[in-house]
Design a protein around this ligand. Structure first.
Ligand code: DGL
Length: 268
Protein backbone atom coordinates (compact mmCIF):
# COMPACT_ATOMS: atom_id res chain seq x y z
CA UNK A 1 0.00 0.00 0.00
CA UNK A 2 2.93 2.31 0.74
CA UNK A 3 3.74 2.42 -2.95
CA UNK A 4 4.84 6.03 -3.18
CA UNK A 5 1.82 6.59 -5.44
CA UNK A 6 0.53 10.07 -4.48
CA UNK A 7 -3.03 8.92 -5.19
CA UNK A 8 -2.81 6.30 -2.41
CA UNK A 9 -3.49 8.15 0.81
CA UNK A 10 -3.97 5.50 3.50
CA UNK A 11 -5.77 6.39 6.69
CA UNK A 12 -4.29 4.90 9.85
CA UNK A 13 -6.51 3.86 12.75
CA UNK A 14 -5.10 2.70 16.06
CA UNK A 15 -6.28 1.33 19.37
CA UNK A 16 -4.78 -0.56 22.29
CA UNK A 17 -6.20 -3.73 20.77
CA UNK A 18 -9.44 -4.74 19.09
CA UNK A 19 -11.83 -1.96 20.19
CA UNK A 20 -10.87 0.35 17.34
CA UNK A 21 -12.32 -2.21 14.91
CA UNK A 22 -15.65 -0.64 15.79
CA UNK A 23 -14.36 2.69 14.40
CA UNK A 24 -12.81 0.90 11.43
CA UNK A 25 -16.21 -0.64 10.52
CA UNK A 26 -17.83 2.79 10.48
CA UNK A 27 -15.00 4.19 8.34
CA UNK A 28 -15.23 1.28 5.93
CA UNK A 29 -19.00 1.76 5.56
CA UNK A 30 -18.66 5.44 4.83
CA UNK A 31 -15.45 5.34 2.78
CA UNK A 32 -15.53 2.13 0.73
CA UNK A 33 -12.69 3.26 -1.54
CA UNK A 34 -10.28 4.43 1.16
CA UNK A 35 -7.17 2.44 2.02
CA UNK A 36 -7.28 1.74 5.76
CA UNK A 37 -4.49 0.53 8.01
CA UNK A 38 -5.56 -0.75 11.41
CA UNK A 39 -3.00 -0.95 14.21
CA UNK A 40 -3.91 -2.85 17.39
CA UNK A 41 -1.30 -2.58 20.15
CA UNK A 42 -2.51 -5.87 21.57
CA UNK A 43 0.79 -6.72 23.31
CA UNK A 44 0.34 -3.68 25.57
CA UNK A 45 -3.45 -3.73 25.98
CA UNK A 46 -5.18 -2.50 28.07
CA UNK A 47 -4.15 1.15 28.01
CA UNK A 48 -6.83 2.18 30.53
CA UNK A 49 -4.89 1.48 33.74
CA UNK A 50 -1.60 2.93 32.42
CA UNK A 51 -0.35 6.43 33.32
CA UNK A 52 -1.32 9.07 30.74
CA UNK A 53 2.35 9.81 29.97
CA UNK A 54 2.98 6.21 28.97
CA UNK A 55 -0.13 6.09 26.74
CA UNK A 56 1.08 9.32 25.13
CA UNK A 57 4.52 7.81 24.43
CA UNK A 58 2.96 4.70 22.89
CA UNK A 59 0.64 6.83 20.76
CA UNK A 60 3.42 9.07 19.43
CA UNK A 61 5.57 6.04 18.54
CA UNK A 62 2.65 4.34 16.74
CA UNK A 63 1.87 7.52 14.78
CA UNK A 64 5.52 7.93 13.80
CA UNK A 65 5.72 4.29 12.71
CA UNK A 66 2.51 4.49 10.64
CA UNK A 67 3.69 7.66 8.91
CA UNK A 68 7.23 6.41 8.24
CA UNK A 69 6.50 2.80 7.32
CA UNK A 70 3.02 3.05 5.78
CA UNK A 71 2.84 6.63 4.59
CA UNK A 72 -0.50 7.35 6.25
CA UNK A 73 -2.00 10.69 5.26
CA UNK A 74 -4.41 10.90 8.19
CA UNK A 75 -4.56 9.33 11.65
CA UNK A 76 -7.68 8.30 13.51
CA UNK A 77 -7.11 7.66 17.21
CA UNK A 78 -9.70 4.90 17.60
CA UNK A 79 -9.21 4.76 21.34
CA UNK A 80 -10.68 7.07 23.97
CA UNK A 81 -7.84 6.49 26.41
CA UNK A 82 -5.24 7.50 23.81
CA UNK A 83 -7.41 10.38 22.58
CA UNK A 84 -7.64 11.70 26.15
CA UNK A 85 -3.91 11.30 26.83
CA UNK A 86 -2.34 12.13 23.49
CA UNK A 87 -4.55 13.93 20.99
CA UNK A 88 -3.10 17.40 21.59
CA UNK A 89 0.46 16.08 21.43
CA UNK A 90 -0.23 14.12 18.24
CA UNK A 91 -1.80 17.16 16.59
CA UNK A 92 1.15 19.35 17.57
CA UNK A 93 3.80 16.82 16.56
CA UNK A 94 2.59 15.61 13.15
CA UNK A 95 1.58 17.56 10.10
CA UNK A 96 -1.20 15.20 9.00
CA UNK A 97 -4.82 15.48 10.20
CA UNK A 98 -5.31 13.67 13.51
CA UNK A 99 -8.86 12.83 14.58
CA UNK A 100 -9.82 11.53 18.03
CA UNK A 101 -13.05 9.99 19.23
CA UNK A 102 -13.87 12.13 22.26
CA UNK A 103 -15.17 15.25 20.51
CA UNK A 104 -17.18 13.08 18.11
CA UNK A 105 -18.62 11.01 20.98
CA UNK A 106 -19.53 14.16 22.89
CA UNK A 107 -21.35 15.58 19.86
CA UNK A 108 -23.25 12.31 19.39
CA UNK A 109 -24.29 12.17 23.07
CA UNK A 110 -25.39 15.79 23.10
CA UNK A 111 -27.46 15.33 19.95
CA UNK A 112 -29.12 12.20 21.32
CA UNK A 113 -30.17 13.68 24.65
CA UNK A 114 -32.64 16.55 24.47
CA UNK A 115 -32.95 16.58 28.27
CA UNK A 116 -29.18 16.69 28.79
CA UNK A 117 -29.09 13.79 31.24
CA UNK A 118 -26.08 11.89 29.94
CA UNK A 119 -23.97 9.05 31.28
CA UNK A 120 -20.40 8.44 30.12
CA UNK A 121 -18.50 5.24 30.76
CA UNK A 122 -14.87 4.63 29.88
CA UNK A 123 -11.57 3.34 31.13
CA UNK A 124 -9.96 4.61 34.32
CA UNK A 125 -7.57 6.71 32.19
CA UNK A 126 -10.35 8.31 30.13
CA UNK A 127 -12.59 9.17 33.06
CA UNK A 128 -9.66 10.45 35.15
CA UNK A 129 -8.48 12.67 32.28
CA UNK A 130 -11.79 14.54 32.48
CA UNK A 131 -12.04 15.24 28.74
CA UNK A 132 -15.72 14.28 28.49
CA UNK A 133 -16.48 16.19 31.68
CA UNK A 134 -14.97 19.34 30.13
CA UNK A 135 -16.76 19.01 26.79
CA UNK A 136 -20.13 18.21 28.35
CA UNK A 137 -19.88 20.38 31.45
CA UNK A 138 -23.20 22.11 30.78
CA UNK A 139 -25.09 18.78 30.90
CA UNK A 140 -26.21 16.69 33.84
CA UNK A 141 -23.45 14.08 33.68
CA UNK A 142 -22.81 10.79 35.41
CA UNK A 143 -19.35 9.39 34.66
CA UNK A 144 -18.19 5.93 35.57
CA UNK A 145 -14.89 4.11 34.98
CA UNK A 146 -15.25 0.43 34.11
CA UNK A 147 -11.92 -1.28 34.83
CA UNK A 148 -11.66 -4.87 33.64
CA UNK A 149 -14.22 -4.77 30.83
CA UNK A 150 -11.68 -4.31 28.00
CA UNK A 151 -9.94 -7.55 29.00
CA UNK A 152 -13.19 -9.51 28.46
CA UNK A 153 -13.54 -8.09 24.96
CA UNK A 154 -9.90 -8.76 24.09
CA UNK A 155 -10.34 -12.43 24.84
CA UNK A 156 -13.63 -12.58 22.96
CA UNK A 157 -15.74 -13.07 26.07
CA UNK A 158 -18.60 -10.74 25.17
CA UNK A 159 -21.47 -12.70 26.66
CA UNK A 160 -20.61 -14.44 29.93
CA UNK A 161 -21.98 -14.54 33.43
CA UNK A 162 -18.74 -13.11 34.86
CA UNK A 163 -19.01 -10.14 32.50
CA UNK A 164 -22.64 -9.57 33.49
CA UNK A 165 -21.71 -9.63 37.18
CA UNK A 166 -18.85 -7.17 36.66
CA UNK A 167 -21.01 -4.78 34.62
CA UNK A 168 -23.87 -4.94 37.09
CA UNK A 169 -21.51 -3.96 39.89
CA UNK A 170 -19.69 -1.21 37.95
CA UNK A 171 -22.82 0.28 36.42
CA UNK A 172 -25.00 0.36 39.53
CA UNK A 173 -24.42 4.16 39.96
CA UNK A 174 -25.47 4.75 36.35
CA UNK A 175 -28.57 2.60 36.76
CA UNK A 176 -29.56 4.60 39.84
CA UNK A 177 -29.04 7.97 38.11
CA UNK A 178 -30.98 6.72 35.06
CA UNK A 179 -29.64 9.12 32.39
CA UNK A 180 -31.56 8.99 29.13
CA UNK A 181 -28.40 8.45 27.08
CA UNK A 182 -25.25 6.49 27.89
CA UNK A 183 -22.15 7.23 25.83
CA UNK A 184 -19.87 4.24 25.41
CA UNK A 185 -16.63 6.16 25.93
CA UNK A 186 -14.37 3.22 25.16
CA UNK A 187 -14.28 1.68 21.71
CA UNK A 188 -14.34 -1.83 23.19
CA UNK A 189 -17.73 -1.31 24.85
CA UNK A 190 -20.01 -1.47 21.80
CA UNK A 191 -18.99 -5.13 21.61
CA UNK A 192 -20.64 -5.74 24.99
CA UNK A 193 -23.53 -3.35 24.43
CA UNK A 194 -26.18 -5.97 25.19
CA UNK A 195 -24.72 -6.70 28.61
CA UNK A 196 -24.28 -2.97 29.30
CA UNK A 197 -27.89 -2.35 28.35
CA UNK A 198 -29.10 -5.07 30.72
CA UNK A 199 -27.00 -3.57 33.52
CA UNK A 200 -28.17 0.04 33.16
CA UNK A 201 -31.75 -0.67 32.13
CA UNK A 202 -33.00 -1.13 28.61
CA UNK A 203 -34.68 2.29 28.43
CA UNK A 204 -31.26 4.00 28.42
CA UNK A 205 -30.17 4.74 24.84
CA UNK A 206 -26.59 3.64 24.16
CA UNK A 207 -24.46 5.86 21.92
CA UNK A 208 -21.03 5.27 20.43
CA UNK A 209 -18.61 7.68 18.78
CA UNK A 210 -18.05 5.56 15.66
CA UNK A 211 -20.45 7.08 13.12
CA UNK A 212 -19.76 10.64 14.19
CA UNK A 213 -16.00 10.00 13.96
CA UNK A 214 -16.39 8.51 10.48
CA UNK A 215 -18.43 11.55 9.36
CA UNK A 216 -15.69 13.81 10.67
CA UNK A 217 -13.07 11.86 8.70
CA UNK A 218 -15.23 12.01 5.55
CA UNK A 219 -15.17 15.80 5.85
CA UNK A 220 -11.53 15.74 4.69
CA UNK A 221 -11.04 15.79 0.93
CA UNK A 222 -8.18 13.30 1.06
CA UNK A 223 -10.34 10.67 2.77
CA UNK A 224 -12.68 10.70 -0.23
CA UNK A 225 -10.10 9.97 -2.90
CA UNK A 226 -10.58 6.79 -4.79
CA UNK A 227 -7.86 4.40 -3.58
CA UNK A 228 -7.87 0.62 -3.61
CA UNK A 229 -10.35 0.14 -0.75
CA UNK A 230 -7.71 -2.09 0.84
CA UNK A 231 -7.55 -2.88 4.58
CA UNK A 232 -4.36 -3.97 6.29
CA UNK A 233 -4.24 -5.11 9.92
CA UNK A 234 -1.21 -4.75 12.17
CA UNK A 235 -0.88 -6.04 15.71
CA UNK A 236 1.87 -6.17 18.30
CA UNK A 237 0.61 -9.21 20.22
CA UNK A 238 -0.39 -12.80 19.48
CA UNK A 239 -1.65 -12.80 15.86
CA UNK A 240 -3.67 -16.00 16.31
CA UNK A 241 -5.91 -14.46 18.97
CA UNK A 242 -6.01 -11.09 17.13
CA UNK A 243 -7.29 -12.82 13.98
CA UNK A 244 -9.71 -15.16 15.76
CA UNK A 245 -11.32 -12.67 18.16
CA UNK A 246 -10.95 -9.79 15.70
CA UNK A 247 -12.90 -11.60 12.97
CA UNK A 248 -15.75 -12.25 15.39
CA UNK A 249 -15.93 -8.62 16.47
CA UNK A 250 -15.34 -7.12 13.02
CA UNK A 251 -17.83 -9.48 11.43
CA UNK A 252 -15.54 -10.63 8.66
CA UNK A 253 -12.19 -12.29 8.27
CA UNK A 254 -9.15 -10.12 9.06
CA UNK A 255 -7.02 -10.58 5.96
CA UNK A 256 -3.50 -9.23 5.55
CA UNK A 257 -2.49 -9.35 9.22
CA UNK A 258 1.11 -8.50 10.02
CA UNK A 259 2.87 -8.54 13.38
CA UNK A 260 4.84 -5.43 14.37
CA UNK A 261 7.77 -6.07 16.66
CA UNK A 262 7.66 -3.86 19.75
CA UNK A 263 11.40 -3.24 19.29
CA UNK A 264 10.59 -1.52 16.00
CA UNK A 265 8.13 0.78 17.79
CA UNK A 266 10.53 1.45 20.61
CA UNK A 267 13.01 2.73 18.02
CA UNK A 268 10.52 5.42 16.91
N1 DGL B 1 -10.52 0.96 23.33
C1 DGL B 1 -9.84 1.83 24.17
C2 DGL B 1 -10.59 3.06 24.58
O1 DGL B 1 -11.43 3.49 23.81
C3 DGL B 1 -8.75 1.29 25.04
C4 DGL B 1 -9.13 0.56 26.22
C5 DGL B 1 -7.94 0.02 26.97
O2 DGL B 1 -7.00 -0.45 26.34
O3 DGL B 1 -7.97 0.07 28.20
O4 DGL B 1 -10.36 3.62 25.60
Amino acid sequence: MNSGDPKRVPIGVFDSGLGGLHILSALRDLLPEADLIYFGDSARSPYGPRPAGEVREFSVAIARYLIRKWGIAMLVVGCNTASAAALDTLKAEFDIPVIGVIEAGSRAARAASPSGRVGVIGTVGTIAAGAYQRLLEDLELVCQACPGVVEFVERGETNSEQLEILLERLLEPVRIEAPDVLLLGCTHYPYVAKAISRAVGESVVLISSAEETAFEVRGYELANRSCGGETIFLCTGDPESFVRVGARLYGSELKSVQVVDLAELEGE
